[in-house]
Design a protein. Structure first.
Length: 136
């Protein structure tokens, strides 16, 4: 399993917001702190807002904040929000199609592993990332 850069930064961004749970955090602060393009981060934030994971406020003291408690947000929710992972495809993205038939063994194995990993990620919550005061 390999996360895309977008998925990694989304998890980092949500974790950073979880660390500062009570206050709005600006995209520019997060981008500068972690060496991420502000435009790239803005696109990720937009997707997370659309999926109801974060909310934003413009103006002085504005920025982004989590919409829910970090213990209620799973890693899978964040990944799906920015990656558009389809339940049909599973978390392990692959273009492999068995040339023999739809239910060949490599596809069965890939789907079993994918489903297990998705279940695991749905049990991992953002608050677990920030335990001990450090982000991921």
């Amino acid at each position: 399993m390999k996360f895309t850069r977008q998925e990694e930064i989304a998890l980092l961004f949500v974790s950073e917001l979880a660390k500062h749970r009570e206050s709005f955090i600006s995209l520019s602060d997060v981008a500068q702190k972690h060496g991420v393009s502000p435009l790239f981060l803005k696109n990720i934030a937009r997707m997370l807002r659309k999926e109801g994971i974060v909310t934003s406020k413009e103006g002085l003291n504005g920025g982004y904040i989590l919409k829910k408690d970090p213990s209620e947000i799973s890693a899978l929710q964040v990944i799906e929000a920015v990656g558009g992972v389809s339940k049909d495809v599973g978390i392990l993205k692959s273009n492999f199609t068995c040339p023999l038939h739809r239910s060949c063994m490599p596809q069965k194995i890939r789907h079993l592993i994918s489903d297990a990993f998705a279940r695991y990620l749905s049990d991992v919550t953002i608050d677990q990332f920030i335990k001990g005061g450090e982000t991921i």
